[in-house]
Each structure stands twice: as C-alpha cells, then as structure tokens.
Ligand binder design. Structure first.
Ligand code: PHE
Length: 338
C-alpha cells in the first residue's frame, strides 16, 4: 500500500508539473481528488485493510491529499497568472484608436423636403391637416366636380376598393373635408400619400402630395401667384423664373400649371426639362364656385384658391434624382447622400 501511494504521488506530481493550462490542471485534480478520483478511492477502500494498518495508512493518504491540494493550488496560481498575462497582451486596448460611431439615422430625403414645404407654408399662416387615404368616391371625385362616369375622371387611374370606396388619387378630398367642418377663412395645407395605377421611372403607385387651400373674402388669383412665388423661392432659391400656364382641373376655374425655370440647366434646355427650359411643379387655380357651393359656402362672399404638388417630384428636381423608385428602395448608399 505504501508503495502504491508513492507511485501515485510520483505520477500525480509529474502530471501537475507538466500541466500547461488551468483547464488541464483541473482535469488532473478531478482524476485524483474528485468524487471518483484515485486518492478518494483509496480512502474509501480503507475497510479492506487489516485494522492495524488503517490509522497509519489513513494518515498517509490524508497527508498526500493535503500536499496534492497545496501543489495543485500553487500551480494553478502560476498558470492562471500566465493566462491572464497572455490575455492582456492579446487584448491590449489601442487608446488613440478612434471609437466606432454608432450608426444614427437621419431623415429620409422625402421627409426633409416635406418638412421644408410645411415650414414655408406654416410661415405664411397655413395650418397642416390630414385626411384618410382610404376615401369615399364622394370626396375624391364627386364633391370636387367630377361626377360619376364623367370623362374628367380619366385624368387619374384609380385603385377602387368597392364602387364607392377607393385609395385616394389626390389630396384634394381633404379640401372638402375641411370646408365641411369649418367656415372661412380657411388656410390649410394637407400633405399625405396618394395612389394611382402608374409605375415607371417618374411615377409610383404610391406617392406624396401636398394640397393647399385658401378661402376668404377678397381672395384673388394675384394672391395665389404671390403665395406660390414665395413658396417656390423658398424651395428652389431666389431669382428663378416662374411661369403660369393655362390648364384644366375639374375643381378649379381658371386653372394653371406652374413651371419653374429648369434647375439643371437654368432655363437653357437640357434632358431633364425636355429641352424646354421649364419644369412643371404645381397644379393650381381658383376653387370652382360649384365646389364651394356644395359645402354650403356663400359664393357671393367667398372665393378661394387651391394648389397641389407632388413631393417626390420636388425632391427629384431639387436633388437631381432621375428615378422615383430610388426614393422607395431604401438603399443606404443612396440615402446616405442626403
Ligand atoms: N389634385 C390635382 C392633381 O392631383 C392637383 C391640384 C390640386 C390642382 C389643387 C389644382 C388645385 O392633379
């Protein structure tokens, strides 16, 4: 038995001395001192020894156990220190290295333009209101002087949900909703999404419009020109030529389309303006008295003007974007430029 203990000690000491890391050392500890360990096994087998030898052998085993624990601890301390040292070397912190900036987002170019538009009109005393995107035929068409089956409805290819419910094709229905609830003076803009059956480089089935409406007494076409002139100057800068072209909308009379001097070529003529030197950016006109009458306004006393613009179009012109789809693909390489 003494012989066996000596062998066991030599063997264990060799292993402990050779162990290269704390993990290996722990395996050795378990092998000798664990519940099923070799030394533990010896203690457990004391019963098979002649009773006379038991106290002495027991004492030897316990002594060896104590020594082994001490030696293990000593080696563990050394290996642990070495491992810490290595880890610290591996993980040195490069203090002058610039930190990683967290990616913080910013406003989508469309929202940036929309905010600019709102700010300009709020500055001129307009309120911002919203209306539903799923709209009644009545508000989207009929109340705006587009009767059922009338050819003017063909101006907009519409998504119908039922015969009298549709995805609004313009923000103009908000005009009617506001006027039904409020007496003049009315001075509002109504930004929001609109939907049309259309899809190519300059048309998207969903896009954004901003509607404008002003109704008061003594409201003239001159006021409309003044307001839109100030707006265009705010968005595209001072000194840019503006022109009003006669046009048609069912709910305004007279109607106009408003062009701004091409911001790519300054009116010289280029691909973007189809060599005309002008870019169309707004539809507008004096509100047709029939629209005012339908909401119960006194048309002897009140006149109004209305205008509507596409936010995508303004963003595309302002930033020189040639494909509307870029605005909705959310490609970071595109968005980061704004
Ligand atoms: N709603 C019209 C359109 O989408 C634009 C417009 C608004 C024209 C207001 C005149 C007055 O084409």
């Amino acid at each position: 038995m003494r012989e066996r203990l000596r062998e066991l000690k030599d063997e264990a000491w060799r292993y402990i001395a050779e162990a290269d890391d704390t993990g290996e050392l722990d395996k050795i500890r378990v092998r000798y001192l664990g519940k099923k360990g070799e030394l533990t096994g010896l203690l457990r087998n004391m019963g098979s020894l002649p009773p006379a030898e038991r106290p002495e052998i027991g004492k030897m085993v316990n002594e060896l156990r104590g020594q082994m624990e001490g030696f293990l601890q000593e080696r563990f301390g050394k290996l642990e220190a070495r491992e810490l040292e290595r880890r610290l070397q591996r993980e040195t912190i490069d203090i002058p290295l610039p930190g990683r900036k967290p990616a913080i987002g910013h406003k989508h170019p469309l929202n940036q333009v929309l905010d600019e538009i709102k700010t300009l009109f709020i500055g001129m005393g307009f309120d911002v209101v919203e209306g539903p995107e799923v709209e009644l035929d009545y508000y989207n068409f009929e109340a705006l002087n587009l009767p059922p089956d009338h050819p003017t409805r063909d101006m907009q290819d519409t998504f119908f949900i039922t015969d009298d419910i549709l995805l609004r094709s313009q923000t103009s229905p908000v005009q009617v909703r506001v006027m039904e609830k409020q007496n003049p003076p009315v001075r509002i803009i109504a930004p929001g999404k609109v939907y049309r059956v259309d899809f190519d480089a300059t048309h998207s089935p969903m896009f954004h419009q901003v509607e404008g409406l002003l109704v008061d007494d003594h409201t003239t076409f001159g006021d409309l020109k003044g307001i839109l002139g100030a707006f265009i100057e705010g968005i595209f800068g001072k000194g840019r030529g503006i022109r009003f072209r006669p046009s048609f909308f069912p709910f305004t009379e007279p109607s106009a389309e408003i062009d701004v001097e091409c911001i790519m070529c300054n009116g010289q003529g280029c691909r973007v303006c189809s060599h005309s030197g002008w870019l169309e950016i707004l539809g507008a006109g004096m509100v047709d008295p029939r629209v005012l009458q339908k909401v119960g306004y006194d048309i002897e006393r009140y006149q109004g003007f209305a205008f509507g613009m596409g936010v995508e179009r303004i963003a595309m012109l302002k930033y020189g974007i040639d494909d509307i789809r870029l605005l909705f693909e959310n490609d970071m390489r595109f968005l980061e430029q704004f």
